[in-house]
Design a protein around this ligand. Structure first.
Ligand code: NAD
Length: 216
């Protein structure tokens, strides 16, 4: 992915890919920026601008070939290889994530769980062997780990993130409602359920000020 691509563009590429995947499963062979735009709730200009960062994919007047654009977006997003994932914090959320049925389908392979609870370490939860946080180094020596789902209590989040950085995990999907600090070579994406809920409360509370779309 070229440097300097806006993060909102990356989010929209993920949405375009989902739309293309749906179209392909419906047997649709061609699509247009108008159609992608309406499915992604953006303008056709925005779709063309987002795609133009990466090259020229369509034909003026006849749109895009669904299969080709899907393949290109998968390549751009780095979804053409397997990503090894561990779940740090095998509590309620960690166990729900372990049970999520479609991760393999997206080439995200769950390889292990990590916890500090003696009752969980050494066991198998949701088909995942659970290691102690202190065993992270040994775990990464056995196999590469690209991404950690951070699903520990908020007060343990920074220390667990530090351990992941120390062990060499380059990507963290942080579910704890807390900003974790990491060095620049590590990337953190946050899934902040409480922040989403508070935004929703705001929009429900002040409907007159909003057009009803909860995007952006
Ligand atoms: P939980 O208490 O059920 O599970 C937390 C797990 O983390 C436990 O197994 C605990 O032993 C383990 N843990 C504690 N410290 C650790 C450490 N340093 N390293 C590794 N493991 C450690 O909590 P939960 O409900 O699963 O929530 C986990 C996180 O996800 C919290 O930050 C929570 O705010 C957030 N979250 C939870 C939900 C939800 O629906 N449960 C939804 C959104 C966000």
């Amino acid at each position: 992915m070229p440097k300097g691509i806006p993060s909102a563009t990356v989010s929209r590429l993920v949405t375009y890919l989902r739309v293309l995947t749906d179209l392909e499963s419906e047997g649709v062979g061609r699509t247009s920026s108008d159609h992608l735009a309406s499915e992604a709730n953006v303008s056709a200009f925005q779709v063309r601008k987002d795609l133009a960062y990466f090259g020229s994919f369509g034909t003026r007047g006849s749109g895009y070939t669904v299969g080709t654009l899907k393949r290109e977006l998968r390549r751009i997003l780095g979804l053409t290889r397997q990503w090894n994932v561990i779940i740090v914090g095998m509590g309620r959320l960690g166990q729900a994530l372990a049970a999520y049925p479609q991760l393999d389908h997206y080439d995200f392979k769950l390889v292990a769980g990590v916890d500090v609870d003696a009752a969980k370490v050494g066991s198998s939860i949701g088909g995942l062997a659970v290691y102690h946080l202190e065993e992270l180094g040994a775990l990464l020596a056995e196999q590469p780990v690209d991404i950690a789902f951070l699903a520990v209590p908020v007060e343990a989040a920074q220390a667990a993130a530090d351990a992941l950085v120390e062990a060499g995990v380059p990507g963290i999907l942080n579910f704890a409602p807390k900003v974790v600090s990491v060095p620049p070579h590590v990337t953190v994406e946050s899934v902040d359920f409480l922040a989403g809920l508070k935004r929703l409360a705001y929009f429900l509370h002040t409907p007159a000020l909003d057009d009803g779309t909860l995007t952006g």
